[in-house]
Design a protein around this ligand. Structure first.
Ligand code: FAD
Length: 321
């Protein structure tokens, strides 16, 4: 392999998403194995100041595409920028975080370049000149190794699936002019939820299901707050209109991999498990001892969540002093 490894990072409002550092670490591992340069691409508006952070994880070169047209986070503009950075660097492998925007960019790059793509990977390695990515299939029941033929091989890695590892690189910064003419999307209105921890990046997730019985999720919110965690929901809770779609965990929602996942009043349907099975420790609170979630958890509490959740929260607050 004689071409570089390109990692496309993602930042929001001037802060890198953690998955960017995970992606750079994965890219560094590939770069070390192949003896090739690791290039990190940083895209956005007014981002020159943060770009250097990519060097701490091993980037040899950092390409900065700083353009006012990238301010609104529109995929249309980001794909143009990403395609120009790929054309400039001619990489053997492109690594990107499998976030909403990352998946959009990865899929469109793949289509534009007629390049192979492995989405939502939990591992990546080189076997000879071939990139082999590990990705969950059948709702996480199977891990498949897929070998990518073609160039560049595009690998979108699942947030929190791989550890970011600090390893200082040269981090030579280069500003790159990009052309965003011909982008057709315009932002009309933007609704931001502030002060909310992003589900896919959270260290702790507390989810509520249909067992919550209604839109009052204050018990789950209080427990999540006590643990500095994020609130998730089953699809039933979302379909009922109790929680926004952005909170949904599962096959058709978000995939999370926190250190601690607490499921409150969630039965543990296969489609829900597909979104949280990679969590390190799972705690289930359910009044039905036969609920499937109990066969997938590390700790289970059989009982009424309306008694248990506040008691657990109070105990945590007591421990925190
Ligand atoms: P239920 O299955 O109704 O379970 C509620 C649980 O709460 C029960 O186990 C009950 O014992 C318990 N309970 C009730 N009251 C209390 C109480 N007071 N205290 C303690 N426990 C209590 N689902 C997802 O979550 N995410 C997805 O992404 C998703 N995608 C899907 C995609 C497809 C194509 C399909 C067909 C389905 C999908 N589903 C998804 C739906 C999934 O099959 C389940 O219907 C859903 O996960 C059930 O949600 P739930 O566990 O909240 O509700």
């Amino acid at each position: 392999m004689s071409q570089p490894i390109l990692v496309i990072t993602e930042q929001l409002d001037g802060s890198f998403k953690n998955v960017s550092f995970e992606a750079i670490s994965a890219g560094r591992m590939l770069g070390e194995k192949s003896g090739q340069l690791l290039i990190a691409a940083v895209m956005g508006t007014d981002i020159e100041g943060i770009a250097r952070q990519a060097a701490a994880y091993g980037a040899d070169r950092i390409l900065v595409a700083d353009h006012a047209g990238l301010k609104d986070g529109l995929a249309d503009a980001y794909i143009q920028a990403a395609a120009q950075l790929v054309a400039k660097t001619d990489p053997a492998v492109v690594v990107i975080g499998a976030t909403s925007l990352g998946k959009d960019i990865a899929a469109r790059l793949s289509a534009r370049l007629n390049a192979p793509l492995a989405m939502d990977c939990v591992g990546v390695r080189l076997e000879g000149d071939h990139v082999v990515a590990t990705r969950p299939m059948y709702g996480g029941k199977v891990l498949a190794d897929v070998s990518l033929s073609g160039s560049p091989a595009i690998v979108a890695i699942r947030p929190r699936a791989m550890e970011p590892a600090a390893a200082p690189g040269a981090g030579e910064i280069e500003m790159v002019d990009i052309n965003l003419e011909g982008t057709n999307l315009n932002l009309v209105e933007k609704h931001m939820e502030t002060g909310k921890i992003e589900l896919t990046e959270a260290d702790v997730v507390v989810s509520g299901g249909r067992g919550m019985g209604g839109e009052d999720f204050s018990l789950v919110e209080a427990l999540a707050k006590a643990l500095d965690g994020a609130v998730g929901a089953s699809r039933s809770a979302v379909d009922e209109g109790w929680r926004p779609v952005s909170d949904q965990v599962g096959q058709t929602g978000k995939v999370v991999a926190p250190n601690l996942y607490i499921a409150c009043g969630v039965s543990g349907a296969i489609q829900h498990l597909a979104g949280m099975a990679s969590s390190r420790i799972v705690v289930a609170i359910n009044k039905d001892p036969e609920a499937p979630i109990f066969s997938k958890c590390d700790f289970g509490i059989v009982g009424d969540l309306f008694d248990i959740v506040p008691a657990v929260t109070a105990e945590i607050e007591k421990l925190k002093g």
